[in-house]
Design a binder for this molecule. Structure first.
Ligand SMILES: N[C@@H](CCC(=O)N[C@@H](CS)C(=O)NCC(=O)O)C(=O)O
Length: 255
């Protein structure tokens, strides 16, 4: 088998999922290098000096290029591999500006709220820490207001930046996936009680690239859980990639 061209250093959580989603949308081959950031693997000397001085994943290596920050990575994939897979950025500067605007909305409005909820409801319990329910309540209220604006927008157009799926939509689905997987029914109903938001989410969830992303993420979580078991036998990154590739192909077929 030919060596994959790119290497993605990544672990659990949605920033990582966004890049995996982007790679699948672009139909690109890559090697996945699992980084257990919860166990501190993104803070080693070698990671900090070779990959990301901020000690975070995801990091993409494409030849001599090393990139961190998920949105910088997916934008690079969209531009560098324009002719491959889905076109994630329109050519027209005005349409492209609308994509950038909704990506900024994601970063500055949606993500801080979603991230707090996901940390409180998923990450902290995983780490054995107590959830701050006051913060959960505050952020549910903020999420509701933000989703009202999204509902209005998505009544006008099927995707955030217009008629087609773009990077702006791509970056929203991974955190939404986590929000839908919390134990809090109210968080789920904030999303599903808004018909246009619900339709947008359901449409995106059917994308073949997303289905592959979910399978890959489930294996990342499995690997993370296995590492926490006593006497686990560790898998190498190559084993993970091969295993994931095989299971992904089995579940949805190679398109
Ligand atoms: N803005 C960054 C955020 C990346 C991020 O927060 N990564 C988390 C994992 S999801 C991480 O590596 N955390 C380890 C740490 O901050 O110590 C991006 O979009 O890539």
């Amino acid at each position: 088998m030919q060596d994959p061209k790119m290497k993605l250093h990544c672990g659990f959580l949605f920033f990582n999922m966004a890049v995996i989603f982007g790679l699948h949308e672009k139909d690109l081959d890559f090697e996945l290098v699992f980084i257990d950031w919860i166990a501190g693997e993104s803070k080693t000397k070698s990671f900090l000096s070779n990959l990301n001085p901020f000690g975070q994943v995801p990091v993409l290596e494409d030849g001599d290029l090393k990139l961190f920050e998920s949105k910088a990575i997916t934008r690079y994939l969209a531009e560098q591999y324009k002719e491959e897979g889905t076109n994630l950025l329109p050519n027209d500067p005005k349409k492209r500006a609308i994509v950038s605007m909704w990506m900024e909305v994601d970063t500055n409005q949606f993500l801080p709220v979603a991230l707090t909820l996901i940390k409180e409801l998923i990450v902290k319990p995983y780490q054995g820490l107590a959830t701050d329910f006051t913060s959960v309540q505050e952020n549910k209220e903020k999420l509701s207001e933000i989703l009202n604006i999204y509902e209005t927008r998505l009544r006008e157009s099927p995707y955030l930046a217009g008629q087609s799926f773009t990077l702006a939509d791509l970056h929203h689905l991974p955190p939404i996936h986590y929000l839908l997987n919390t134990e809090e029914e109210e968080v789920k109903s904030l999303i599903y009680s808004r018909p246009s938001v619900a339709a947008w989410v359901e449409k995106m969830k059917c994308r073949p690239a997303w289905l592959k992303t979910v399978v890959m993420q489930e294996h990342i979580v499995d690997l993370m859980n296995r590492r926490r078991l006593p006497k686990q036998s560790d898998s190498s990154c190559h084993e993970l990639t091969a295993d994931v590739a095989q299971k992904t192909a089995m579940v949805i077929g190679k398109n």
